[in-house]
Design a protein around this ligand. Structure first.
Ligand SMILES: Nc1ncnc2c1ncn2[C@@H]1O[C@H](COP(=O)(O)OP(=O)(O)OP(=O)(O)O)[C@@H](O)[C@H]1O
Length: 528
């Protein structure tokens, strides 16, 4: 499939005159206007002394003179600190709210990413008395509900969900959610309401807009939409709470909340390192006087301190070159990207069959159950695993300290994929290296692809003399072991499948490690 042609000029007029984040500098916390001292202390406690340029630019448009009057669309490189860029102003704004209710919703495409973002909020929000919740399906629905919704009489056992209506209220101020679990709560959790929502953040926007995820976006927008009726709704509702009726009045029309109007409007912030410029996609967000913040003149940017290399070899020798490269890297934390979940599994199995590779290698892909993925990620963060063989979908936005190398085992098909993969290293101004293993016939295409980013060339990498040859025999033996492993998995899969005809439960048990919905892995694809 061909990637759509990159347009030199954005189609949307408001994208043509952006705020250039590269004009901003780091801003020490003590010089940041209006920063709540409690937040300053909380930031210092997690080792943050100054704001990064994108964070300072967003601050200016939210807490600073911009005063949250426009919706913000932020296109900023990987690792530039987009999470805190939205978390800090939201927490500062909500620090003045005395009544507990859900005021900010942050939506992310994956559970691990949501957990990561929740940690950022959790590091600062409690300092100003705010609670942060998570809706990702990590715990049971019941546990999640009790975390998110106040049920006044639940503790004494007299709450009756079927009984007369009682005042149920969301007990968190900020919710970080994945679309699926968010929809579960919207559809089924009593007392879960977006009625008072003031901030909606759509992180990794281009990814979230690509998939409908049970129509989460139209649903959220519908639930928070301004209507003229909404203005008077509070007059009709009986007073339900002991604290007094809590109503958020939204106004209809373009003037809502704009230029000094006091009526709260739902403020939206959308962010990505590869923000879409497609008007039809952006129109789904119903943005209000959007303001575009981007870094430099190019649409895509690579991290400043990233060194890029290419390694050219024959297709069938790719695993051998990869093993030699991993040896050369010498156990530094590294992520190896492949083009599919199947090839992630095969490559990880093969690397684990190489005798004598002195580091721990694990697979991380959408083929695995979430619990296994989370365990692997935890071990990788802790340094117990040095090499993660990963598929693309799961790694967007992932922030793991100490990842100093990224390897593209398969050449990424699109520049966006390349940007997000290499962005797992060289984060927050640190250095990092990226290696792309290429067949000869891919070199030209890869060069063209890179020109869409910062136009820098990628130099050839030379492995230490003799390192490939030294592994050749071990490689052939590893291939044999892979063959046995693939055959045994295929036979387990076949037997599970036949048993599952008799018992659905058996199938679920076998699927507990891998999702065997696809056909067994083909051995010949390994050196693809
Ligand atoms: N002001 C700061 N000072 C020091 N470190 C920071 C600061 N802001 C963020 N960081 C660190 O920078 C790293 C990258 O931040 P973050 O994950 O928000 O980047 P991002 O722009 O969202 O990247 P991606 O596009 O890959 O999701 C994190 O480890 C974070 O802790």
């Amino acid at each position: 499939m061909e990637e759509p042609k990159q347009k030199s000029m954005p189609t949307l007029p408001w994208m043509r005159s952006p705020i250039d984040v590269s004009q901003f500098d780091h801003c020490p916390l003590n010089l940041l206007p209006r920063l709540d001292p409690r937040l300053e202390e909380a930031l210092k406690n997690i080792g943050i002394d100054s704001l990064f340029p994108v964070q300072f630019a967003v601050w200016q448009e939210t807490i600073g003179p911009g005063a949250f009057e426009r919706d913000l669309c932020v296109n900023s490189p990987t690792g530039s600190g987009k999470t805190l860029a939205y978390a800090l102003p939201i927490v500062q704004m909500l620090s003045n709210c005395t009544l507990k209710c859900l005021r900010a919703l942050v939506v992310l495409p994956t559970r691990d990413l949501a957990l990561q973002v929740k940690e950022v909020f959790a590091a600062i929000a409690p300092a100003v008395g705010l609670r942060v919740g998570l809706a990702v399906g990590q715990s049971s629905v019941a546990d999640e509900i009790s975390e998110l919704v106040n049920r006044p009489n639940l503790e004494v056992g007299i709450y009756d969900p079927e009984g007369p209506p009682v005042e149920l209220q969301t007990s968190v101020d900020i919710l970080v959610a994945t679309p699926g679990r968010l929809m579960d709560h919207i559809n089924t959790t009593k007392g879960f309401t977006l009625e008072h929502l003031r901030y909606l953040v759509v992180d990794e926007t281009d990814r979230l807009l690509r998939e409908a995820y049970q129509s989460w976006l139209p649903t959220v927008l519908h639930m928070t939409h301004s209507t003229e009726q909404g203005m008077y709704a509070h007059e009709r509702k009986p007073c339900r709470s002991m604290l007094g009726s809590l109503n958020t009045i939204r106004r209809f029309g373009v003037e809502r909340g704009f230029k000094g109007k006091t009526h709260p409007r739902l403020v939206k912030m959308i962010l990505s390192a590869t923000l879409t410029q497609d008007p039809s996609k952006l129109s789904q967000l119903d943005l209000h006087h959007p303001l575009f913040l981007t870094t430099g003149a190019r649409r895509y940017r690579l991290p400043e301190k990233l060194e890029s290399y290419q390694l050219i070899c024959e297709s069938k020798l790719k695993p051998l070159y990869l093993a030699a490269l991993l040896q050369d890297i010498g156990g530094e934390k590294c992520i190896v990207f492949t083009s599919s979940v199947d090839s992630t599994h095969r490559l990880s199995t093969l690397l684990n069959s190489f005798d004598g590779l002195p580091f721990k290698i694990s697979e991380y892909s959408g083929l695995q159950r979430q619990s296994i993925r989370s365990k692997t990620l935890k071990a990788f963060r802790a340094g117990e695993i040095q090499v993660l063989v990963a598929s693309d979908a799961m790694t967007r936005g992932m922030d793991v300290e100490g990842v100093s190398n990224v390897i593209n085992y398969d050449m990424p098909a699109y520049i966006k994929t390349y940007i997000h993969r290499v962005g797992r290293t060289a984060r927050a101004g640190r250095t990092g290296r990226c290696f792309t293993i290429l067949r000869k016939d891919e070199v030209k295409r890869f060069k063209k692809c890179l020109q869409k980013a910062d136009g820098k060339d990628c130099s050839s990498y030379s492995l230490p003399a003799g390192s490939v040859e030294a592994l050749r025999v071990i490689y052939y033996s590893a291939l044999e072991k892979l063959k046995e492993s693939v055959e045994s998995e295929a036979s387990r899969w076949r037997s599970a499948r036949s048993k599952s005809v008799q018992s659905r439960k058996t199938k679920e048990d076998v699927n507990s490690t891998y999702n065997y919905s696809a056909t067994p892995w083909e051995l010949e694809d390994v050196a693809k």
